[in-house]
Design a protein around this ligand. Structure first.
Ligand code: ATP
Length: 286
């Protein structure tokens, strides 16, 4: 990590993450801009090809979020690109819509990969980015990207996404150990679909409905416990003292308490956890 890619001084991470939530939208027509779109100057662009969501985010030179889009798509499984053509089409479309709003072209982007993905598979991610019309300026592992934003000196970052839980141990500000295991929000939706006898898509929306989450808690609690057990096993013997949760799945209330009970460590969800990794990936682009 170089100083130039570290989190931009003077902006609080929670503030940038909240702005990212306002500008990264599933439908660009619903976009609310938090700052003027610049007519010149460089952009920093991040592409996060996730199991559940693909995110494209554009920052200004100062690292502040300008615009972005996220789309549900199953083009990646366990960190591996499983639908190459689908991924390229999806990203090309997102790029074109964002460019139309910006009135400028996006020429380059960085991308990320989950820990443990072999180099050849990382290259597939870079190939998707290039085929969509970007020069791929770099690939960064997702926990290191997350810590560009969080700037933790010590502790554990657990990135609980759609398909997997990524774990990174941080010592002296550096990622010293990473792991990635299957189990994430998709498994929450699968148990809800089974328990309620509804489709996966219906279970996904029910899971995200704040009015339903307390009722669904007993159904998803065993999956939260499984995530806790994965984290506990991965950090055993490391001496870490706290766990920070990022990604989409920590938006389900109560997950930090369950993981805290299983691991015996203070556990908290970062404010605005959804776009920590995509924002970190974009900061890596230069
Ligand atoms: P991965 O990291 O496994 O590749 P991803 O990058 O697509 O997947 P994220 O975007 O971090 O993962 O998170 C997506 C998951 O978060 C999905 O399972 C989604 O259903 C879940 N999720 C998003 N919003 C909420 C919410 N409000 N409540 C509960 N779960 C949510």
């Amino acid at each position: 990590m170089t100083e130039s890619t570290r989190f931009i001084q003077g902006n609080h991470p929670a503030q940038l993450l909240s702005q990212a939530e306002q500008v990264i939208s599933p439908a660009l027509s619903a976009q609310s801009f938090v700052r003027d779109l610049p007519k010149n100057g460089n952009f920093r662009v991040g592409v996060d090809l996730g199991t559940a969501f693909t995110v494209l985010v554009v920052l200004n030179e100062q690292g502040e979020p300008l615009i972005g889009e996220y789309q549900f798509a199953q083009v990646v499984r366990d960190g591996l690109v499983v639908d190459y053509v689908g991924a390229v089409d999806l990203l090309q479309g997102m790029k074109e819509r964002v460019e139309a709003q910006l009135g400028r072209q996006l020429t380059h982007a960085a991308s990320g990969y989950p820990p443990g993905v072999p180099p050849v598979e990382r290259q597939a991610t870079a190939n998707v980015v290039e085929a969509a019309g970007f020069k791929c300026t770099g690939l960064i592992d997702e926990p290191t990207a997350a810590n560009l934003i969080l700037g933790l000196e010590e502790g554990v970052i657990a990135d609980i996404g759609g398909g997997t839980t990524g774990i990174a141990i941080i010592e002296n500000g550096k990622v010293v150990y990473t792991a990635d295991e299957a189990t994430g929000g998709t498994h929450f939706s699968l148990v809800i679909a089974g328990a309620r006898d509804i489709s996966f898509e219906a279970a996904e929306s029910l899971k995200k409905d704040p009015a339903e989450q307390a009722r669904l808690f007993p159904i998803v609690r065993p999956v939260m416990e499984k995530v806790g057990t994965i984290i506990e096993r991965q950090i055993q013997g490391s001496g870490v003292k706290s766990i920070s949760l990022v990604g989409g799945t920590p938006l389900f209330p109560g997950i930090a308490d369950v993981i805290g009970e299983i691991t015996g460590l203070p556990t908290a969800v970062i404010d605005h956890p959804l776009f920590v990794t995509p924002l970190g990936i974009a900061l890596y682009d230069q």
